[in-house]
Design a protein around this ligand. Structure first.
Ligand code: TYM
Length: 332
């Protein structure tokens, strides 16, 4: 059975982008078809300026939302990255496999480092080595597939390259993974700035739909979405990114194609209204399950405890083998 691994970073409240681009597929497809592990990657949240209490709260919230989205302990493994020391152990070997140039070429590094510098802050070294830790997350579990949104494909490509290089240099140790992306909504855009990704850690929140937004807040954000200067509804991501984004979201919610939907609308207002209602309905069961899970924190604890145990048992032999392969002496 194929092995699947993916993760979400607790740097903000989860968004509609996270759900449509990744989490929904984990719950609806991956956990049923593969031996699947899903991880709240809290170590990655420390790569930028962070408030410890907030990371802690967001980690718990993200884990609870993954369960609310339908991930089920009986079908998959859900855990927190820092509970499994193998991630950090293997990350160091990935740093010893990757080059400085490879890390500096990563688009997310360039964007985030530029943002940090614009704010007058300094760039943490861990932001540069972020993809080494991400490769470790994936390779420690011998994952075949990594279901992610568009923005993570470059990182998964690097994990692939590192697996191939390590295997060539030290003997076959890792499965070579590949990224898998959803057919639509692989990149949900910000409703106020449809040329940039809807990102959970962005400061301006008016264009971001959070999974836990109240229905009226969702409606308001969608109805105020920036559209384009024309008035014809057509699917043209390059020239009409705002309308294309709404069509993508509606298509993802209703299981249709954005091109087919575009033919059915002759006004932006009607498209926005239907999109708002579709998103509200999509998120309703998730919000309800989230509220029930918050009332039963012991259940979330049990899932995470058992998840970390299973994850450790899977990762340890691979990481031990990688340590031996590079010439490190086994503990005596
Ligand atoms: P993160 O936390 O930014 O996002 C989690 C998942 O959601 C997807 N996503 C989106 N998809 C469509 N439209 C959007 N606007 C959107 N925003 C986010 C992301 O592509 C991702 O699949 N580096 C990763 C976390 C990570 C990871 C891993 C993922 C660490 N280790 C190993 C896979 C495997 C990240 O920051 O995701």
């Amino acid at each position: 059975m194929a092995r699947t691994f993916s993760g979400v970073k607790p740097t903000g409240h989860l968004t509609l982008g996270n759900y449509l681009g990744a989490v929904r597929r984990w719950a609806e497809v991956d956990q049923h078809q593969a031996d699947a592990l899903f991880c709240v990657v809290d170590l990655h949240a420390l790569t930028v300026d962070h408030d410890p209490g907030r990371v802690l709260r967001l980690s718990r919230q993200a884990a609870t939302l993954l369960l609310a989205a339908g991930l089920d302990l009986a079908k998959c493994t859900v855990f927190v990255q820092s509970h499994v020391v193998e991630h950090a152990r293997l990350s160091y070997l990935m740093e010893c496999t990757a080059t400085d140039g490879e890390m500096r070429r990563m688009i997310q590094y360039k964007e985030k480092a530029a943002r940090e510098r614009e704010r007058g802050g300094s760039v943490r070294l861990s932001l540069l080595t972020y993809p080494a830790l991400m490769a470790a997350d994936i390779l420690a579990y011998q994952a075949d597939e990594v279901p992610v949104g568009d923005d993570q494909t470059q990182h998964v490509e690097l994990a692939r390259d590192l697996a191939v290089r390590f295997n060539q240099r030290y003997g076959h140790t890792f499965t070579v993974p590949k990224a898998v992306r959803p057919p639509v909504a692989a990149r949900v855009m910000d409703l106020q700035d449809p040329t940039s990704k809807m990102g959970k850690s962005h400061a301006a929140t008016a264009g971001i739909v959070y999974l836990l937004d109240e229905p009226d807040v969702v409606r308001k954000k969608v109805m105020r979405a920036v559209t384009d200067s024309g008035s014809e509804v057509g699917y043209a991501p390059d020239t009409q990114p705002g309308v294309a984004n709404l069509l993508d979201i509606l298509a993802a919610c209703t299981g249709t194609s954005p091109q087919a939907l575009a033919d059915g609308y002759d006004s932006y207002g009607a498209l926005k209204k239907d999109t708002a209602e579709a998103v509200v309905e999509l998120l309703r069961p998730l919000r309800e399950r989230h509220a029930r899970l918050c009332a039963d924190p012991g259940h979330v604890d049990r899932v995470l405890r058992e998840g970390a145990e299973r994850a450790r048992a899977l990762a340890r032999p691979t990481v031990d083998a990688a340590y031996a392969a590079v010439g490190l002496m086994p503990a005596l």
